[in-house]
Design a protein around this ligand. Structure first.
Ligand SMILES: NC(=O)C1=CN([C@@H]2O[C@H](COP(=O)(O)OP(=O)(O)OC[C@H]3O[C@@H](n4cnc5c(N)ncnc54)[C@H](O)[C@@H]3O)[C@@H](O)[C@H]2O)[C@H](O)CC1
Ligand SMILES: [K+]
Length: 512
């Protein structure tokens, strides 16, 4: 499934209308019909509805909905923002059809405030068709008042048509007012605002309805972003052959686990093995080797020159060149800590690890001192920042990162030629070629220390198996989210990182 911007959706619409020859009116009728059908399914007996329509095509959908609900026997009260003159041809046609079909519509002005408030309070359903993807600039009256009234006065079920009025389709920003919906019914494809905060919090439950735009129109010029789904990577997951040996499944090196943070490296290494790595080696500061070996029996242990107190030092193992030849991928960061000479250390790792590299946690914080270190990289590099780490990397505030997730992840990936996995409720993956994949698996159970370390291990393992990063990264993020969901046995509060690791196998299984 693709993820659309407002412009990409307009282009798709235009293609369907002008090149394929489906009249715009048919698309609008289909859109309105789809919403009405959902409402009629839900309220089988007749109900009361307030339909609020703007003068654009979103309002046109609203007129179709009002007509169809009324003809099914609902008591419909229609309120319009704007005027007939402002309506597009399709919208105007459906406005007239609505009136001819006997629905009474009012062009809202402030003298009707009381009357509208009464309707909003007493209606089972409120349909928000004021503004869709065509919003421009700050809200004008009377739309602004109408949106505020919906939020303050509606007692019934609020359905947003396409997007909640007042949200920006592409950034997920909200205007001075934006409808808070219980459900959003969108057309043909999901849009960015359905997944980006704060807009996403106003959408309620999002449902995508087919309105008859042929698939061929999508394939001709696909948008640059999509929702993460197994079809992107499932071909790389296969049952193991009877003749397999561990060398077939790659050797991952996890670098981290400084004193006091050993658990992070343990979790990354264990998650890698659960994901199917043939071999996982965990490299910890020399003073930590014994403690590590006691915690993870399945991984190999390497000592890394330490500072005498169980933390990393700027040095590298003497035989690094020889050791690195055995590796298929490196994941650095879980429990790495900060240390003297860290920048030089990272520069060397970036240069002298000629395999796919995952950077997480403190490896990202070190990188944020000088992102130009990435210029030295020739092999795939995956960064897995949470919003705080992304803020440090990009030199911006966390709020700025959160309000421009889509742009920041894409710009960073393109500028430095790396894959950015910007973590969050909907983790966003941005590739160096400008394409993006938004992940929808996962849940609140993963909001806990250790989750990031597990993701790092999973991604490292998949890259070590030689799966190309365009498949490995979405696969890893998807499976990590699924494991997080499946690890919940009693409540999301009490899930431990180890439960998530144990759930990796059950998450993978259906895809083999
Ligand atoms: N394939 C599809 O997805 C289809 C979608 N349809 C619907 O069409 C809208 C987009 O319609 P458009 O006419 O481009 O824009 P809007 O109706 O969202 O908005 C234009 C309308 O709103 C007024 N306006 C704009 N900005 C503001 C503002 N800041 N304050 C107040 N008023 C504003 C402007 O003057 C216009 O009157 C899409 O979302 C779908 O719902 C079609 O039905 C066909 C298929
Ligand atoms: K709307």
């Amino acid at each position: 499934m693709y993820l659309y911007t407002a412009q990409e959706m307009r282009d798709l619409d235009r293609y369907a209308i002008e090149e394929i020859g489906i009249p715009g009116m048919v698309l609008m009728e289909n859109a309105g019909h789809a919403v009405a059908r959902r409402l009629l399914d839900r309220w089988r007996r007749s109900a009361t509805a307030v339909v609020l329509s703007g003068s654009g095509n979103n309002g046109g959908d609203g007129f179709v909905i009002a007509r169809r609900l009324a003809s099914a026997g609902w008591d419909v009260s229609l309120w319009i923002a704007g005027s007939v003159e402002k309506m597009s041809q399709e919208t105007r046609t459906f406005y007239e059809a609505c009136i001819h079909a006997g629905v009474t519509g009012e062009f809202y002005d402030s003298s009707q405030k009381q009357a509208l408030a009464r309707h909003l309070e007493h209606s089972d359903v409120v349909v928000d068709a004021l503004l869709g993807t065509g919003i421009r600039g700050e809200l004008r009256e009377p739309v602004r008042t109408l949106i505020r009234m919906v939020n303050q006065q509606a007692r019934g079920f609020v359905v947003a048509v396409d997007v909640p009025s007042g949200v920006d389709t592409d950034t997920g920003a909200v205007a001075s007012e934006a409808v808070v919906a219980d459900k959003t019914i969108t057309f043909a494809h999901p849009k960015w605002c359905h997944y980006l905060r704060p807009a996403a919090e106003r959408c309620g439950n999002v449902r995508v309805e087919d309105i008859g735009i042929p698939q061929q129109a999508v394939h001709l010029s696909p948008p640059s972003s999509r929702i993460n789904e197994p079809s992107l990577w499932q071909a790389y997951l296969k049952p193991r052959s009877r003749w397999s040996h561990k060398g077939d499944f790659g050797h991952l090196l996890v670098v981290g686990g400084s004193r006091g943070m050993l658990g992070a490296a343990v979790m990354a290494g264990t998650a890698a093995l659960r994901t199917g790595a043939g071999l996982a080696t965990v490299a910890v500061p020399e003073g930590q080797e014994q403690a590590l070996a006691a915690q993870v029996t399945e991984a190999l242990v390497w000592g890394w020159p330490d500072d005498g107190q169980g933390h990393f030092s700027a040095g590298f193992p003497q035989d690094w060149e020889k050791r690195v030849r055995r590796l298929k991928a490196v994941a650095a960061g879980p429990g790495l800590g900060r240390f003297d000479g860290e920048e030089e250390w990272l520069r060397r790792l970036l240069q002298q690890a000629p395999v796919p590299l995952v950077l997480d946690a403190d490896a990202l914080n070190i990188l944020s001192k000088d992102p130009s270190l990435l210029r030295e990289r020739r092999q795939p590099t995956v960064l897995t920042p949470h919003p705080g780490e992304m803020a440090r990397l990009s030199g911006q505030g966390v709020k700025e990162v959160e309000s421009s997730r889509r742009r920041i992840a894409r710009e960073w990936a393109q500028a430095w030629g790396v894959t950015v996995v910007l973590k969050g409720t909907y983790t966003l993956i941005a590739f160096p070629d400008g394409t993006q994949v938004l992940n929808t698996t996962g849940g609140p159970a993963l909001a806990k220390a250790g989750s990031g370390d597990i993701l790092t291990g999973i991604l490292g393992a998949l890259l070590a198996r030689g799966i190309p990063e365009k498949a490995a990264v979405p696969m890893g993020v998807y499976l990590h989210g699924l494991a997080g969901q499946q690890a919940v046995t009693s409540t999301e509060h009490s899930v431990l990182a180890r439960d998530v690791i144990a759930a990796i196998g059950p998450a993978i299984r259906p895809f083999l």
